[in-house]
Write a protein that binds this ligand. Structure first.
Ligand code: KG4
Ligand code: ZN
Length: 339
């Protein structure tokens, strides 16, 4: 038990969400996310526009997080920010802000790895059940797809990763082919109908060990669409639900098959998923079924902690704060940060 409450400000700015959160120990007092709508017209995140939007949003978002937490900023014990991986221009806005803030208040600065944060988001909350070590952390986002053995908070080993596209990227690229807005994952999920999920058959790639691949799948979707729209230009419109359902079914099949393989091979039966795609309704349903059938202990994050958010940066900040694992003001933002 920690006698004293610590208040941590978390800042996330790695991609296209500007977010700030205040935590009181492991409890979230506020979590503000400002999503950048500007990218929709471009069908994907435009890095230069993303950093400009962060620049506009960062002060109002942090102010609102502190206001909603109902604390005085002088009570903050530390400021944690995303060091990487991510888009350089976006990361720099968060890191410059966090550094100035820590200097201004004379409080410790804590750099956080965004991918560790997606996994450690499971330690948010005072009362909630937490995964016990070792567990398999499955990170499914727009930029990354990783299978990680989590031996301790900061002792993680990546055992599998995508060889090409990330799973969220596969959702988004397939959506783009279908004419859906970016990011297409949530819309494909919305249109998904399990009864129509076998309307079109796509191959499951055979990738060795714990690794994954999604680009061959995307090409098979593209080829099917091309072949059919050549014959009927209204093919997509007539089959939108069948296409979305079959795409989602196959993508979730690819990842669940790998999760089953990973559990069998590592003998680790505690699984925690994270990242934007962990919001997917069919993935959640399937994993819950698998967990019940096979006695897995499954951890699914609350919806607000699936896509990018600063509460997950704040919880890592808190865990590092307890270990006095502080960062120097010279810490550099890193687009391809490893752990
Ligand atoms: O973790 P995240 O917010 O950002 C990155 O770190 O990349 O993940 C964003 C990704 C996008 O590709 C988006 O399409 C996907 O998560 N996503 C979903 C769903 N909600 C968000 N994919 C499938 N089903 C969803 N419900
Ligand atoms: Zn993310």
């Amino acid at each position: 038990m920690h006698q004293k409450p610590y208040y941590i400000l978390g800042i996330e700015s790695s991609c296209d969400d500007t977010s700030a959160s205040v935590l009181k120990n492991e409890e979230v007092l506020s979590n503000i996310v400002s999503n950048q709508q500007i990218h929709i017209d471009y069908g994907g995140v435009v890095p230069e526009l993303a950093s400009r939007e962060h620049q506009k949003n960062i002060i109002p978002v942090v102010s609102k997080a502190i206001k909603d937490a109902n604390i005085d900023k002088n009570k903050l014990s530390a400021v944690a920010f995303t060091q990487g991986p991510g888009l350089m221009g976006s990361l720099l806005v968060g890191s410059s802000f966090a550094k100035s803030f820590s200097m201004g208040l004379n409080i410790p600065l804590i750099g956080v790895n965004h991918l560790q944060a997606h996994i450690l988001a499971h330690f948010i909350g005072k009362e909630d059940a937490k995964p016990s070590f070792p567990f398999l952390g499955i990170t499914l986002s727009g930029g990354h797809t990783q299978i990680v053995i989590v031996k301790d908070y900061f002792d993680m080993e990546i055992i599998g990763t995508t060889m090409d596209d990330a799973i969220g990227e596969a959702f988004d690229k397939c959506g783009k082919i279908l004419g859906l807005d970016y990011p297409a994952g949530p819309e494909i999920d919305n249109l998904f109908d399990e009864n129509k999920s076998k309307s079109f058959k796509f191959p499951i790639p055979k990738v060795k060990n714990y690794d994954l691949s999604f680009s061959g799948f995307k090409t098979s979707v593209l080829n099917l669409i091309k072949k059919n729209t050549d014959k009927d230009k209204n093919f997509i419109k007539k089959n939108l639900i069948e296409l979305c359902s079959s795409i989602q079914y196959t993508l979730i099949e690819i990842i669940t098959q790998k999760i089953i393989y990973s559990v069998n091979k590592t003998k680790i039966k505690t699984i925690a998923i994270g990242g934007g795609v962990s919001a997917n309704s069919f993935l959640r349903k399937k994993l819950i079924e698998l967990a019940n059938e096979n006695n897995w202990e499954l951890f699914i994050p609350k919806m607000e902690y699936t896509t990018d958010n600063a509460a997950m940066i704040g919880i890592v900040g808190y865990l590092k704060f307890l270990e006095k694992n502080f960062s120097d003001l010279s810490l550099k933002s890193t687009a391809r940060l490893k752990f």
